[in-house]
Design a protein around this ligand. Structure first.
Ligand code: HEM
Length: 262
């Protein structure tokens, strides 16, 4: 019979760097980072254009005598809940501007105070964006809450609640100086907030390539986009999680390993 205790004792004490879960894949990280930023840029562009598009609609309706006669059933809900819509668009725009800056390392290193304050703004805007999204999407989904709209309603409830949870975890972990955990919860929050742009891309593709109506597609693409972005964030987190409290950056560890190997 194999003696397990003996084999365990003979194992050399592990190098703390081996806790770097994806240490053998520096090239995957390099390519993943470049590809990720490219995708993020495309999603930010998509989000900002939809924000301005929806804001232009609200402005247009403000100058129309009877908006219900002019606007289609999808759009009119934004006019009927104009306050919630503005509370959604304003913070959404700020998130799209501040979000990428929070992830730029030299900005964090050289302007830590700015990072802290913009981080607080990001958290508040994320909370407002999710809360106003929940208000519109859970209670007034297009296609009706007791019909096809229930799909959108539940997708909004689940992703909205998880977004709020991730934002709270990001805040509480940095208050406890858990740098690695803060980074991971921020990546999850950012990925979830970007999912609305992924959804618009998926919705556009499916609307132009199938005959399925928006009443079905809207909720379905919300689930698809949320799951896609969450999966992408978890893969990136696992590829870049560093040992200890995570205060060390994966780029430094990769650089050190490359120098040691040279
Ligand atoms: C930075 C983040 C966000 C941005 C930039 C953003 C942007 C937008 C925009 C532009 C619209 C109007 C859509 C249109 O014109 O067709 C919208 C609608 C909506 N958003 Fe967001 N959003 C964000 C975050 C969220 C979050 C976290 C949730 C989840 C609770 C959410 C849920 C919704 C819902 C349910 C609608 C209404 C969809 C409908 O027409 O029924 N959004 N969002």
């Amino acid at each position: 019979m194999t003696d397990i205790s003996a084999s365990t004792e003979s194992t050399p004490r592990s190098n703390p760097l081996s806790d770097f879960s994806a240490q053998p894949w520096p090239m995957v990280r390099k390519v993943g980072e470049a590809f990720g930023w490219l995708l993020v840029a495309g999603l930010i562009f998509t989000a900002i254009t939809s924000i301005f598009g929806r804001a232009a609609f609200l402005n247009e309706m403000a100058n129309v005598a009877n908006p219900a006669e002019v606007a289609n059933p999808f759009d009119i809900r934004y006019w009927e809940h104009a306050l919630a819509t503005w509370m959604h668009l304003g913070p959404g725009l700020l998130i799209m501007i501040i979000g990428p800056l929070q992830f730029i390392r030299p900005l964090r290193k050289n302007y830590l105070n700015v990072h802290r304050w913009s981080g607080r703004v990001f958290l508040v805007c994320g909370g407002l964006g999710a809360a106003s999204g929940i208000f519109i999407g859970v209670f007034y989904p297009f296609a009706g809450i007791e019909s096809q709209g229930f799909n959108e309603s539940m997708a909004t409830a689940y992703f909205g609640a998880y977004t709020l949870f991730c934002l709270i975890k990001a805040y509480t972990s940095i208050r406890r100086k858990e740098f690695g955990a803060h980074r991971e919860w921020m990546i999850r929050s950012w990925a979830l907030l970007l999912a609305i742009a992924t959804e618009r891309v998926m919705l556009g593709i499916l609307m132009s390539s199938t005959n399925i109506g928006i009443d079905i597609l809207f909720g379905t693409t919300f689930w698809m986009a949320g799951v896609t972005n969450i999966a992408a964030s978890e893969i990136w987190i696992n590829l870049t999680r560093t040992p200890g409290n995570g205060a060390r950056h994966w780029k430094d560890i990769d650089e050190k390993a490359a120098k040691a190997a040279a």
